[in-house]
Design a protein around this ligand. Structure first.
Ligand code: FES
Ligand SMILES: [Fe+2]
Length: 421
């Protein structure tokens, strides 16, 4: 690591309750993250197997800023490789996905099979004894750079590193239990949503690990009861505190509880009325009665059940000050038409075209604006308590945000204040 990447930045508190703002704006730190985190010992979600049902199906994605292709090969196996031609580095596969027998680079037409092996070079032998590749050139030495792949219940994760721990160990029980619940039966892709957010990607991870914000920032779910801070819920983490699930139970408060709890605050606004209340109708389809649950998987994969919406969200950093949020929205193959319609309506509420994710994007933008010229000044993360990073039995907590920073600092080799003797 470049020793000066931190330029005097430190984490002033050992419990990660203070985050220096320079970490959201510094381009050198952003570049360091690409190496230490995204090419580090992590697993990241890039696709769902339901998107790749047939041999030759492929999807494009990203690991950090690095473009990736995920494929289904002829033998049914799933592969991932860097979307970069082995000749002179050109982006090989354009678009979001499709089906193909092979991939041909647009530039000099080098051709690769669906496992990333180089299978053809035009004019390899030249013409009439002139030009072409030297005899020593071996196609087998010039395939695409591959990544390790782990598929868990149809969710495809990749890592650059050979020494990343096995996926199940990395995920730990809390994430596996969530994936077991979300992918307990066959799924069907409903569609995609994309959102370009002018904020550092880590501001969004903070947002996702902050159960408390949802019942304050998001007025429609709060007012109409899909998620409220006066309802029962909690937050659970893995042993290393790098992933987090928070969950809520609607109908565990009364309108009176909500009116009292939110007295004087606008998030709960009993005067709001919906012309079509079906958008907030919830069908309980889970036998654990959890009505919303969000898994933020370190470093940047998200799995969401918000009421009857189901989605993965890939956080794709673009620069220190911008990321793309890529949503893959799905239902179950056995959805009734009524339930499928409810999912679609609620996705319009939850997604960037509705109010919820629009609001999360906007607060990301506002935070990035507010800290634009800051470096050593810092945020204050104490909701839910200071000190040990523990599971919570309330949604009025942001403790899991500190778990993210603990793991971030470990991977980044960031200077953290020493504990008092
Ligand atoms: S850069 Fe791809 S074939 Fe030359
Ligand atoms: Fe939110």
């Amino acid at each position: 690591m470049h020793p000066n990447v931190w330029h005097g930045l430190t984490w002033p508190a050992t419990d990660f309750s203070r985050v220096p703002y320079g970490v959201f704006t510094d381009r050198a730190i952003f570049a360091e993250e690409q190496e230490r985190i995204f090419r580090g010992p992590i697993w990241i979600n890039v696709a769902l197997e339901a998107e790749l049902p047939n041999a030759g199906d492929f999807r494009t994605s990203y690991v950090g800023e690095t473009p990736i292709v995920v494929t289904r090969a002829d033998d049914g196996s799933v592969h991932a490789f860097v979307n970069r031609c082995a000749h002179r580095g050109t982006l090989l596969v354009r678009g979001q996905g499709g089906n193909t027998k092979d991939f041909t680079c647009v530039y000099h037409h080098w051709c690769y099979d669906t496992q990333g092996n180089l299978i053809g070079v035009p004019f390899r032998r030249g013409l009439r004894g002139k030009g072409g590749m030297p005899p020593s050139f071996d196609l087998a030495d010039h395939g695409l750079e591959t990544l390790r792949v782990a598929a868990y219940r149809g969710v495809v994760f990749v890592t650059f590193r050979d020494d990343t721990e096995p996926f199940e160990d990395y995920a730990d029980t809390v994430s596996l239990a969530y994936l077991d619940r979300m992918f307990h039966k066959p799924i069907e892709i409903i569609g995609y949503m994309r959102q370009r957010i002018p904020a550092n990607w880590k501001l969004y991870l903070e947002n996702l690990k902050d159960a408390n914000h949802a019942g304050l920032l998001h007025q429609v779910p709060t007012t109409f009861g899909l998620w409220r801070n006066t309802q029962a819920g909690g937050s659970s983490m893995d042993k290393k505190r790098r992933h987090e699930v928070h969950y809520g139970y609607l109908d565990t408060d009364t309108e009176e509880d909500a009116a009292n709890g939110y007295e004087g605050f606008t998030p709960y606004n009993a005067t709001l009325k919906l012309n079509d209340a079906s958008i907030v109708d919830y069908t309980n389809e889970w036998n654990d009665n959890i009505s919303s649950e969000f898994l933020s998987f370190f470093p940047s994969s998200v799995f969401q059940q918000f009421a009857n919406t189901l989605a993965t969200r890939q956080v794709r950093p673009r620069s220190a000050a911008e990321f793309e949020l890529f949503w893959t929205v799905f239902g179950y193959t056995d959805d009734s038409p009524t339930l499928r319609l409810a999912r679609l309506k609620q996705n319009n509420l939850a997604g960037p075209g509705g109010v919820v994710s629009m609001e999360d994007g906007e607060v990301g933008r506002l935070a990035q604006q507010g800290i634009k010229r800051e470096r050593t000044s810092h945020s204050v993360i104490e909701i839910g308590g200071k000190g040990p990073i523990e599971d919570q039995t309330t949604v009025i907590t942001e403790v899991a945000v500190r778990g993210f920073w603990k793991n971030y600092c470990e991977l980044m080799g960031a200077p953290v204040a020493r504990a008092p003797e």
